[in-house]
Design a protein around this ligand. Sequence first.
Ligand SMILES: [Zn+2]
Length: 463
Amino acid sequence: MTERAAASEILIAGGTVYTPDGPREADVHIGGGVITVVGEVPRPAGAKVVDARGMYVLPGAIDVHVHSRDPGFPQKEDFGTLTAAAAAGGVTTVIDMPNTVPAVDAAGVLESKSALARGKARVDFALWGLLRSGTTAEDLEGLAAAGAIGFKAYLGYAFSLTRKQVLSSYALGDPDLEAPPDYGTLARLAPVIAGLGLPLAIHAEDPAILGAFRRPLETYADVLAARPAEAEAVAIAAAAEIAGASGVRLHIAHLSSAAGLAAAQEAIRAGAPLSVETCPQYLWLSDEDFGRLGTAMKVFPPIRTTRDRDALVDGLARGVITVVATDHAPHSDEEKAATLDGAPAGTPGVQTLYSSSLELARRLGDVWQAPRWVSEAPAAMAGLQESKGTIAPGFDADIVIVDPSQPTRVRAEQMRSRQRHGALEGMEFGFSVRATYLRGALVAGDGRLQGRAGGRLVRPSKR
Ligand SMILES: [Zn+2]
């Protein structure tokens, strides 16, 4: 079913299709890279027919939180390896974070990053712009005009002016450092971002609270003590006040705690325009897994207790959390082999986003929640809802064929990312991605990459 899709007309026939009205058995006809018909379609002469009987036909995932590391850290990842992993896992759009080097803090940087990605990307991509404490309204307007999907602020992360780099650890007093963005930065720029109609995403850990608990990380208990959940809750509550006052759409990246969930829920109840994302590593793992996984599960904010994990699963089931993304953040296996204190934080994840989400949704009693978490809601958050995230006529033919009777075990040797050992290694999910189509072109099928790098920059639609 997965030879190279050379024909410009394709019929994906007889699968169970996830449509805006729910799942139903239907054919999907693709012409010129877009979906033309969903329903019963007579076999057109000359069209390639893909037999999808017994399969799920789903909208391609949109991972709103990935770190390509490109440009800047080629030993960790680049757009080629990132999007190979994405294509293999059914992710057809990746939205890359701006903390590459040089950081994406101005229109010209975004344009050159886009040109670089264009030559390597196997799936479509969008780009976040960076919010620094030195950012001006003109910087934001320039980034928006160049196609930024929104802006990301790293509370507590400084900026090296000469290296053009976002820094998680630094020495105060260094004249090369620009102060981290704070709530004042958010309050000053939120009205500008609201006016542009774009989302503001934050890394929500309050730096003052992290500063009060800083310590060497010798055990996993030190990790939890150094980055307590109240740091997340405080940052969410403060940023939500700013969102409520300015009207900016606030996106909470990688929610990790029950306390953070409660703060987000309270802000939503009070009317703040919030979207909340969590990641598979927080939904599947807890501190109890550290003995088995070691530094592979070192991520910031940290994977916490079983109580936090269960609260996040419940928050997702109740619709407080609407987006599942991965915070795909690879490092080289050598870097991750250091001590708990010395190893960098981050795990790859883009390749297992869809299969793990389908498994979680199935366990929660409605497998069709998964395309909402990884495709529909991300498209809406990122302003891509007019072209992506939906299987309906006129949308991009970004389509994933999933076999619901063939489990996937997460094994390092099948990972396409440069870092092969991720936090979900060894887990088994009851679904496997059989084929991924990007705008009607087969980009992965039956365990192999297909075609060439045809990914493009996608821009948000005007609001
Ligand atoms: Zn991240």
